[in-house]
Ligand binder design. Sequence first.
Ligand code: MN
Length: 223
Amino acid sequence: MVHFAVRDSGIGIAPEDMSRLFLPFSQLDSALSRHHEGTGLGLALVRRLADLHGGSVTVESEVGVGSCFTITLPYHPVAVPPVAPAPPAPPTPPAPPRAGTAGGRILLAEDNEANVLAISEYLNAKGYEVVLAVNGYEALARADTTRPDLILMDIQMPEMDGLEAILRLRDRPDYQKTPIVALTALAMPGDRERCLAAGATAYMTKPISLRGLMALIEQLLQA
Ligand code: MN
């Protein structure tokens, strides 16, 4: 058996309350003004789950001092088969030149740092140069100074959102044909239409599949 013990320094549980402890929707202090939140489901769930695994839950407690809950679960050691050594990798043929996309410059307008990191590292690894902007104003400014081959435009951004930035880009003669991919976490009915109506060439919903994004970028750049 494996024992997991969780100890707290909470209000403690009186012996007469122990029987109600694991009942669903039961709170020892059930007054509306009680200080301790919760649905009273946690311990009931823990007990049910432990039971289903053939285990158990026990509690030791002292009022005003705290409680210690112990979950006991059966442990069955599993013999892990040794991992076979991987066969030697076949020699990789030289990558074919990617006509039309090599050295492409992509403007990524996105305010979420984690997305910026994931997308820009991926694009860098694929051989693209990435220019960053964190809102619509920056996207317009960076576009003018760097002349990107393609623009990835997040829709929800501070200061100026992506829809507005797309509209303003399409207003300029230099950006009539630049592919713009709208990226949105909204995915509400009508989103796609709104993005395309603003002038986006294509539309992707988050979470973005990097591989899918890559395929779309290559398709747009080759078109
Ligand atoms: Mn955003």
